[in-house]
Design a protein around this ligand. Structure first.
Ligand SMILES: Nc1ncnc2c1ncn2[C@@H]1O[C@H](COP(=O)(O)OP(=O)(O)OP(=O)(O)O)[C@@H](O)[C@H]1O
Length: 305
C-alpha cells in the first residue's frame, strides 16, 4: 500500500461498535483507534468479546451498530486487497496438502504475495515445507497458520490467541518471528490470555470485560490504573490496628508476622509505617504486576474508564 495512506489515518478505527447474540451483548459500545505500527494486545477473560471484535475487524461478522474501518476502508475491501493477515483460533488446514502447498494456495489468492519459502522461513517452518498437515504437531500447525497470515505481506496482522497450542520454547520462537515482522513497521493486534506475552511484546494493552474496554494504555499505565504498589514487611503482631489506619492503604494481609499492604501512595504509607511501627523491618516495595491489574480490572462490578 502507498505510504501516504498509512500516514494519513488509523490502521484500525472502531467507533461505537456493538454486536449482540440474543440477550448477550458480546460487544457493547467499543471505541478504539490503533495507529499504524502499533503492537496492541487485546486482553480479557473468557467471553469478554475479544473474538467477536476481531471477527468484525476482519469483516467476518457484521456489527449491529457502529463502524469499523481498516486503513480507512471497509474490512472486506482491506482483506480482499491483502492488507490484513489473520490467524484465528483453530482455523482448519487441508489434510492432503503439504505445508508449502497450503501456504502456496493462499499466496495464489493475492496479487503481490511474498514468496512461499520466505513466508515459511519467517514463520520458522522452512524445514517443514514438504510435511503433510496430518503429520504436524499442534504448535507446528499454528506456525503454518502464521505463515498463511503472513504470505499476503499484510500491513495489519490480527492474531487470535496465536500461541495457545505452543509449548514455552515454541512460543519464544514464534515471538522472535513476530519481532522481525513488527520491526518493519507493521501493525499487530493480538488477543491473548498470557499476560506475560502482553507485557513483553505489546506497546499497548487493551483490556476488555463484558463487551467493553475497561482499560487502555501502555503496560505501565494499565498497571497504575489498578492502583499503586504493595509494601511487604515483617512487623510485630500487635501492629494490625496501626497498619489499618495508615494513610493510602487500600488493603492488607497479615500472616505469621509478615504483612503485605496495598497502597495507592506507597511513599506516604511507608513514611507513616516507619513512624508508627518502628519495629517494621525487611521492607520491600513492588509494583502491581499486569496480572494484578488484570484481575482487579476484570473482576470488579463497575467498569473503570
Ligand atoms: N455465534 C455466537 N452465538 C451466540 N453467542 C455468541 C456467539 N459468539 C460469541 N457469543 C457470546 O458472546 C460473548 C463474547 O464471546 P467472544 O468469543 O467474543 O469472547 P472472547 O473474549 O473471545 O472469549 P475467549 O477468551 O473465551 O475466546 C460470549 O458470551 C459468547 O458466549
Amino acid at each position: 500500500m502507498r505510504e501516504q495512506d498509512i500516514i494519513a489515518g488509523a490502521a484500525v478505527r472502531l467507533s461505537g461498535l456493538r454486536k449482540h447474540y440474543g440477550d448477550v451483548h458480546a460487544v457493547d459500545g467499543v471505541d478504539l483507534t490503533i495507529a499504524p505500527g502499533e503492537v496492541v494486545a487485546l486482553l480479557g477473560p473468557n467471553g469478554a468479546g475479544k473474538s467477536t471484535t476481531v471477527d468484525m475487524i476482519l469483516g467476518l461478522s457484521v456489527p449491529d451498530s457502529g463502524s469499523v474501518t481498516v486503513f480507512g476502508r471497509e474490512p472486506g475491501d482491506a482483506v480482499g486487497d491483502g492488507m490484513i493477515g489473520a490467524m484465528l483460533q483453530g482455523g482448519a488446514l487441508v489434510e492432503d496438502l503439504t505445508v508449502a502447498e497450503t501456504v502456496g494456495m493462499v499466496a495464489a489468492l493475492h496479487r503481490e504475495p511474498m514468496p512461499v519459502p520466505e513466508a515459511l522461513r519467517r514463520a520458522g517452518i522452512g524445514d517443514l515445507a514438504n510435511r503433510r498437515s496430518t503429520k504436524l504437531s499442534g504448535g507446528q500447525k499454528q506456525r503454518v497458520r502464521f505463515a498463511v497470515a503472513l504470505v499476503s505481506d499484510p500491513d495489519l496482522l490480527i492474531l487470535d490467541e496465536p500461541t495457545a497450542a505452543m509449548d514455552v520454547g515454541t512460543r519464544r520462537e514464534f515471538w522472535k518471528s513476530m519481532y522481525e515482522y513488527t520491526n518493519s513497521g507493521r501493525t499487530v493486534l493480538f488477543a491473548t490470555h498470557y499476560l506475560e506475552e502482553a507485557e513483553e511484546f505489546a506497546d499497548r494493552v487493551v483490556l476488555m470485560r463484558s463487551g467493553r474496554i475497561v482499560a487502555d494504555g501502555s503496560v505501565a499505565q494499565v498497571r497504575a490504573l489498578a492502583g499503586g504498589r504493595t509494601i511487604r514487611a515483617v512487623v510485630p503482631a500487635a501492629a494490625e490496628p496501626v497498619i489499618a489506619a495508615l494513610p493510602a492503604v487500600t488493603g492488607f494481609e497479615l500472616r505469621a508476622g509478615r504483612v503485605a499492604i496495598s497502597s495507592s501512595d506507597s511513599d506516604a504509607t511507608l513514611r507513616a509505617l516507619l513512624t508508627h511501627v518502628p519495629g517494621a523491618h525487611d521492607i520491600e516495595i513492588s509494583a502491581v504486576g499486569l496480572e494484578g491489574a488484570f484481575l482487579s480490572l476484570t473482576t470488579g462490578e463497575e467498569a473503570v474508564r
